[in-house]
Design a protein around this ligand. Structure first.
Ligand SMILES: Nc1ncnc2c1ncn2[C@@H]1O[C@H](COP(=O)(O)OP(=O)(O)O)[C@@H](O)[C@H]1O
Ligand SMILES: [Mg+2]
Length: 450
């Protein structure tokens, strides 16, 4: 992949988008501008620059009709007036390059870290189709994750797509950063959709840190950008992931969050005339989520795989919330983080009982599956009776299974916080020890009522 700088620069110039049409503003409403323009050249998705008295405004074409183009303006439409000139140009070429590793870019492939950035040779298609299902491989081997809970109870395998569901401030972004540092992968691609600018800087510098950034590409669209930019953020990150996958690499793609992707999609869909349905999202949202998720997953032929984690903001613990509901159907597992667990200071605040990895039972051997089943049973039993136990209403000795669960609880809670690189085997040994701290020994299962 060595090529000289001059070739790279020549390509960057070739790939510049050109101005093709000019028009004038003929109507303005909240967020959208109607512009008269020559029909033939303009396409949905083209960019537009509005030259207003207050300066330039950027916009994107979301709808075309007989009169002209409907534009969605980045930010507010204040100051735009009738007859302001509008210049249209094609969307910039988005061509990922291996040199993007370690960099923070915007969804148009421009650097956000103040350093020059060169495009690659291949223009990525933001709306590319997923590999055909009959050519795709099945899920791959279990991955080391650096976190005991994901090495054992909720395994992550190559090509798996999982959702990470939690309320705000429960630890989604921190967990994604842990995965970015710990999961065995060649490249990590992270989409930060709609975070505040300050949060992007904090995430990159403090949460992800230099060791996380060393093999990561971060694509960020801050909350002050227009919905078209925020929606494109997830798609651009997918294009970056696909380019590395096509080169035969194993990519870990982290999208934080799909909820913001959907909110941006809703704003765009409503601006282009689609109506929101009863649950607040237009009908095209489900297919948009499905298309995005399907593009991640195992590759075909000589290409690598994209293992993906999609974070979803759920209000309270409402897993029937529309985005969570739409997403769950297209995933191979879900991780639920719980606010009460976070509040008592146990991180990652994974609610193991409500989380599922569909990679099981195949991802673990028979012995490991036995350990997992026992640990889940102990955790589940404790959760079901926790209130009674804590209120002092439980008389020890009346239920042997609950006695075992109570005895194992402290060791299991400790186990769930383990974050180190000792690996799956060592973590299974730890988990075995934790469940052995219950009177019901892990290898004395027969007749134990599990
Ligand atoms: N692994 C962790 N260890 C310690 N504190 C954590 C951990 N994960 C989250 N937190 C705490 O929770 C806060 C919110 O975490 P964050 O990942 O930003 O949540 P979210 O992305 O779900 O909004 C953090 O600022 C930190 O105080
Ligand atoms: Mg967050």
């Amino acid at each position: 992949m060595q090529e000289n700088l001059l070739d790279q620069m020549r390509r960057a110039v070739d790939q510049l988008s050109y101005i093709h049409t000019a028009g004038r503003v003929i109507g303005v409403s909240a967020g959208t501008v109607h512009s008269a323009c020559t029909q033939g050249e303009t396409r949905v998705g083209d960019r537009a620059t509005l030259h207003t008295a207050a300066g330039k405004r950027m916009a994107e074409v979301v709808k075309l009709d007989q009169v002209g183009a409907h534009l969605l303006v980045d930010g507010a439409t204040d100051g735009v007036s009738i007859n302001d000139p509008v210049v249209f140009q094609r969307a910039p070429i988005f061509a990922p390059h291996t040199g993007w590793i370690g960099r923070v870019i915007d969804p148009d492939g421009r650097p956000l870290d103040g350093q020059p950035l060169l495009p690659g040779a291949q223009n990525g298609d933001l709306n590319r189709s997923p590999p055909s299902s009959h050519e795709r491989r099945g899920l791959g081997a279990r991955l080391e994750t650096g976190l005991a809970v994901f090495n054992t109870l909720l395994p992550l395998v190559r090509g798996q797509r999982v959702g990470l569901f939690a309320g705000s401030g429960v630890g989604k972004s921190t967990l994604l950063a842990d995965l970015a540092r710990g999961v065995q992968a060649d490249v990590i691609v992270i989409a930060l959709v709609g975070e505040r600018g300050r949060e992007v800087g904090h995430f990159v510098q403090d949460v992800l840190g230099a060791d996380g950034m060393g093999r990561a590409v971060v694509v960020a669209a801050t909350s002050d950008t227009g919905p078209q930019v925020r929606r494109r953020c997830a798609l651009s990150a997918m294009v970056v992931a696909e380019s590395f996958r096509d080169a035969g690499l194993h990519v870990l793609l982290l999208i934080d969050s799909v909820t913001r992707f959907c909110e941006a999609h809703r704003e765009l869909a409503v601006a282009s005339g689609e109506s929101a349905n009863l649950r607040g999202y237009p009908a095209s949202t489900g297919p948009a989520i499905a298309r995005l998720c399907e593009r991640a997953g195992p590759g075909a032929g000589a290409s690598g795989d994209i293992t993906a984690v999609f974070s979803v903001l759920v209000a309270g613990s409402d897993m029937d919330e529309p985005v969570a509901d739409m997403l769950r159907g297209v995933l191979d597992g879900h991780i639920v983080l719980d606010r009460e667990i976070a509040e008592r200071g146990r991180f990652p605040a994974v609610d193991v009982v409500r989380s599922v990895s569909r990679a099981l039972p195949d991802a673990a051997n028979e012995k490991e599956n036995e350990i997992i089943a026992k640990a889940r049973s102990l955790l589940g039993t404790y959760v079901r009776s926790e209130m009674m136990v804590q209120a002092g209403l439980y008389v020890s000795g009346s239920d042997p299974l609950l006695d075992a669960a109570i005895a194992a609880q402290p060791a299991l809670e400790d186990f769930l916080t383990i974050k180190d690189t000792r690996g799956t085997m060592a973590h299974f040994a730890k988990l075995r020890q934790a469940i052995a701290s219950s009177p019901m020994r892990p290898d004395a299962q027969a007749g134990a009522g599990f």
